[in-house]
Design a protein around this ligand. Sequence first.
Ligand SMILES: C[S@@+](CC[C@H](N)C(=O)[O-])C[C@H]1O[C@@H](n2cnc3c(N)ncnc32)[C@H](O)[C@@H]1O
Length: 335
Amino acid sequence: MNWTQAVAELANGQIYKDESSRIGIKCPLWNWCVKPSFMRPTKSSTSNLGYFSDLRIPEGRKGKWRIAHSIEKQGTKLTVVSMRDALFQGKKSSSIPLDRDYLVHALLEDEQRWMSDCPQEIESQREQLKRFKGTVLVGGLGLGYAALTLDQNPNVKEVVVVERQQAVIDLVWSYLPLTKAVPIKADLFQYLKDIQGKRRFDYAYYDVWGPTGERVLITHVRPLRALSEGIVKQKNIECWEEATMLGQIHAHLRTLIETWDMPPPFGGIKEMPEGQFQKTARGSGTHWAFLNWMRQTKPSREEALRFMNHYVDTYSNLNKWGEVWDAWDAQETRR
Ligand SMILES: C[S@@+](CC[C@H](N)C(=O)[O-])C[C@H]1O[C@@H](n2cnc3c(N)ncnc32)[C@H](O)[C@@H]1O
């Protein structure tokens, strides 16, 4: 019996090989087991920058859900802030050269990636999670990076993680060294309806979507924020990549204002016959109310820019946004 078999037996686990033919041990005691060197947290300078996770979840499959490993080789440059986030959030794009091999986890459904712990994914969450304290609601377990980060925060007392897929809970939960977190198998939208008037949280973090297009504001962010009224304060809710989504509305409206007086194909919305406007512009969803307001009130460029800021700043919060923009809204952009 070699050392790997001995440890596996001791921990009542199984030996397995990952995609790179490296040997590991799959068992609930994973986090306390002897691991191959590439799976151990490193003290190197690169990892100390905080762009890497402490996750140690073995590969596994449950139905169409799968945890996959891959190794990023020393010397590879990995994105930390993408061009897209840089553009829409006003950040500086950046990447990091690896000073050793790194194990990257991915959560896949039907081979489509929901989450990975590559630096870009970590970076897109860690700033948002920093200010949390007290009782926290997390929507979407994924690989458990957010849940674990919050669990390790001494200012956080309790973490409730709502995940709708039992397979994801089974693949991930027992490998997270959590001390104050509980999983709840439920749909987040339904859970928020069910706890209305019964339970409150100090903070909430929602990440139950994959794309970061502005449409997600309509399908997920706004409805979840609306359902959270009375459960958690709006200013204490963080939604993954919300800033990137709002940045897209900002960029579109800005272009619209600057081209407002130009003839088609640049401008044209201003002079468009009402019937055509109703047909074409209603599909714009996130812009609709602003376009409607521009056409009807004919603001100056400066006034339009001022109102644009209010529109974007309040867009996620239906109550606040509605105070000004309900009058110009089309009902189909609401849910
Ligand atoms: C992008 S991952 C979350 C990643 C997570 N923030 C992390 O740190 O690993 C999204 C997760 O939300 C779950 N999910 C999707 N829609 C959901 C819903 N309506 N209610 C609860 N969970 C949902 C998915 O099954 C998936 O596990």
